[in-house]
Design a protein around this ligand. Structure first.
Ligand SMILES: *Cc1c(COP(=O)(O)O)cnc(C)c1O
Length: 375
């Protein structure tokens, strides 16, 4: 049985009629960029997230770097974040000319270890970017408390965590700014690129609305260097079709995660994901830790199971940040877990039968490779 890590076509089939109608309407309308669908989607997602303002953008990466721009963070500033994330998080810090300062992760959650943030703060620190990795919320109370005491902004990278909650609040609405991605494989994915920035601040909203459209709120009046980061109407229309299903899809992901946990409970070699108290995790990824990970990964692939490694190289050791001369050994938990993590097939439409096949195959392979390594 071939089981991919995500099956976008299976989800498409469940909304095909609605999505095709919505796209056809856009094509016939003659309005293709920042039109009514964008406006309505911004309203609808504000309601869903319970936040005052939402600005649609071209990607999650743009949401992150325009968040920094809107807060006037740039050259000479430092931004604290995690090295255990997709490159877009630290790339956005580099785009505005600021320096990323990486703090190690909590190996239980893979998220930034909030207890280690304070030691990384310097007079140049301007913001913290916690990443709700794999759909698991960061410990936001601790992070907000540190930010308040040191006068720092908090920009949540919620690109993998739409619908996740921390103490009853949706992530992306707890800090000063929330950043979301609608890349097709995200929990709420469109059929191209898309992103969103959320905030309760009218000032930040106005800045970002200007920045996304060449740095001016009024057409052909340009106050600062902006970008073109508009979301097209076709993507906004598809997102409007999908948004009403997000809670159902996230709930299914949680049920699948619980079922994987149960299936793996009989194998001590496989470490299943833990959840922080008072959080609602949305399992963008279901990520386990296994010994002999690279071998296991290859053997799973040989059996047609599409597991993935998110992410094989931590960001402090990536060439893109070479100028900072970050050293191996600097983030021990991050470096250790980079070598152990394996994300398994996870999507709302996966069947129990497929999960059982994934679990049976993984357990067999992990036990076999562990026995071989022991001799
Ligand atoms: C996907 C992702 C991004 C970037 O989003 P894009 O829409 O692909 O630009 C940023 N951060 C994290 C954690 C992501 O998973």
């Amino acid at each position: 049985m071939k089981i991919p890590i995500i099956n976008s076509k299976r989800q498409y089939e469940t909304i095909a009629k609605e999505a095709e109608k919505a796209v056809l309407e856009v094509m016939r309308s003659g309005s293709y960029i920042l039109g009514n669908n964008n406006k309505e989607f911004e309203n609808e997602i504000c309601k869903y997230l319970n936040v005052k303002h939402a600005v649609t953008l071209n990607s999650g990466t743009d949401a992150l770097h325009l968040a920094l721009r809107a807060l006037d963070i740039g050259e000479g500033d430092e931004v604290i974040s995690t090295a255990f994330t997709f490159v877009a998080t630290s790339e956005s810090i580099g785009i505005v000319g600021a320096k990323p300062v990486f703090v190690d992760i909590d190996p239980d959650t893979f998220n930034i270890d909030a207890s280690k943030i304070e030691a990384a703060i310097t007079p140049k620190t301007k913001a913290i970017i916690p990443v709700h990795l794999y759909g698991q919320p960061c410990d936001m109370d601790v992070i907000i408390d540190i930010a308040k005491r040191h006068n720092l902004y908090v920009i949540e990278d919620a690109c993998q965590a739409i619908g996740a909650e921390y103490k009853g609040k949706k992530v992306g609405t707890i800090g000063d700014i929330g950043c979301f991605s609608f890349y097709p494989t995200k929990n709420l994915g469109t059929m191209g690129d898309g992103g969103l920035l959320t905030t309760n601040s009218q000032y930040i909203k106005d800045r970002v609305i200007a920045l996304r459209n060449h740095g001016g709120a009024i057409r052909y009046h340009h106050d600062e260097i902006g970008v073109n980061s508009r979301l097209d109407e076709i993507q906004a229309a598809i997102l409007r079709v999908k948004l009403p299903y997000i809670d159902k899809w996230n709930k299914l992901r949680r049920e699948h995660a619980a079922y994987y946990n149960e299936l793996f409970s009989k194998c001590d070699l496989i470490q299943t994901p833990k959840e922080l108290d008072s959080t609602y995790c949305v399992y963008h990824q279901y990520t386990v830790k296994v010994p002999n990970r690279d071998k296991v990964h290859q053997m799973l692939a040989d059996k047609g199971i599409g597991a993935m490694i998110y992410y094989p190289i931590p960001l402090h050791l990536q060439k893109v940040h070479a100028k900072y001369n970050f050293k191996e050994g600097m983030l021990p938990n991050t470096e250790k877990d980079t070598k152990l993590v394996l994300s398994l097939p996870m999507f709302a439409e996966i069947t129990k039968e497929e999960q059982e096949e994934v679990a049976k195959t993984l357990i067999e392979i992990v036990e076999k490779t562990a026995a071989a390594a022991a001799v």
